[in-house]
Design a protein around this ligand. Structure first.
Ligand code: NDP
Ligand code: GUE
Ligand code: MG
Length: 297
């Protein structure tokens, strides 16, 4: 049996429609949510994401504020911009695109953001709240991945989950969310011994590695649900155009999995949809309004 292909692009469109409807209702009360995105430097991939975020922010009816700074921007200037955005009443959400140029201390910069406006959920206050089960802003990629898993599988209690990757932006928050959902969670990484054997026990595999097509179908338990977070641009031999692939070898995995997200069209679109959902959530909390249903963890 071939796997169900999880349509993240379609799911993300539904999330954005729900966000858009909520924004329309807020605007009728005189509130327009605003998202500020800060991009330092000229990384081409980052430019594409920032452009997509801007377009989709406008499409759901929010205000979008873009701040593009030169690669050599001094840290003090970036911190001053963040202080200004923290104080700006038109700004409900702030995202600083990562990675930052090497001379900037990303940890310091992220922790300078007002945690209630930290729509990436990377501020240490939000990380601590997520780990201890307090209400927080949840990182967009893990939140979007969880929405897809709950839609595919329903109740996740008792399931074996293996998260490959232990980064602060994907692997660790994903593992914490799955733990909260009642999964038995294993976090694998570059030091893991016998990764195929670890992956084989999983009902849920989340691959966030950054290695093109690394996870093979033979590693999977038949029927497993596979969330492929990886975004890798590769140059296939003989082809003239670069191609986007995930961290999973799609064809061999789809032959064994029960369900799998494609790349593109899987987790990527959910990440941006959840960024908008988090901006809406931040706005509702700020005004003491009820939070949107189904858009938080
Ligand atoms: N779809 C989306 O919206 C998003 C996609 N991404 C993509 O997800 C992927 C992961 O991103 P990110 O978490 O930032 O990446 P990082 O490079 O920060 O982390 C990668 C993790 O994978 C582990 N790893 C590397 N090689 C191996 C290996 N051979 N076996 C097992 N584990 C390994 C590393 O282990 P160790 O810690 O030991 O070094 C590390 O924990 C990338 O492809 C990125 O482009 C990222 C963000 C959003
Ligand atoms: N502060 C911060 N927050 C982030 O959330 C953040 C970041 N920095 N830095 C970079 C990563 C990466 N990321 C993606 C978002 C959307 C797609 C996406 O929409 N992907 C499309 C394809 C897009 C394409 O063609 O390149 C898809 O998978 O279908 C991918 C990757 C967010 N990130
Ligand atoms: Mg406003």
């Amino acid at each position: 049996m071939a796997a169900v292909i999880i349509d993240g692009k379609a799911f993300a469109a539904k999330v954005r429609a729900q966000v858009g409807a909520a924004v329309t209702a807020l605007k009728a009360q005189g509130i327009t949510p605003g998202l500020a995105v800060v991009l330092v430097g000229e990384d081409p991939a980052s430019q594409v994401y920032v452009r997509n975020k801007h377009r989709q922010t406008i499409e759901v009816g929010m205000n979008s504020f873009e701040h593009r700074l030169p690669a050599e921007t001094p840290e003090a200037d970036l911190l001053a911009l963040i202080a200004q955005l923290n104080a700006d009443t038109a700004v409900d959400g702030i995202l600083v695109q990562l990675p930052l140029p090497a001379h900037l201390n990303a940890e310091l910069v992220i922790n300078a953001i007002d945690p209630t406006k930290d729509v990436d959920g990377f501020h240490i206050d939000n990380v601590g709240k997520l780990v201890t089960g307090q209400k927080s802003m949840v990182p967009c990629t893990p939140l979007g991945s969880l929405m897809l898993l709950r839609d595919s599988l329903g109740d996740l209690n008792g399931l074996e989950a293996v998260v490959i990757g232990r980064s602060n932006i994907v692997g660790k928050p994903m593992a914490n969310l799955l733990l909260q959902q009642g999964c038995t969670v294993t976090i694998a990484h570059s030091r893991t011994r016998d990764l195929p054997a670890v992956v084989r026990r999983a009902d849920i595999v989340v691959a966030a590695v950054g290695r093109p097509e690394m996870v093979k179908g033979e590693w999977l338990k038949p029927g497993a649900t596979v969330i492929d977070v990886g975004i890798n641009r590769i140059q296939p031999a003989g082809a003239d155009k670069a191609k986007l692939v995930g961290d999973c070898d799609f064809d061999s995995c789809a032959a064994v999995a029960g369900a799998i997200t494609p790349v593109p069209g899987g987790v990527g679109p959910m990440t941006i949809a959840c960024l908008l959902a988090n901006t809406l959530t931040a706005t509702c909390r700020r005004y003491g309004l009820p939070e949107p249903v189904g858009l938080t963890a």
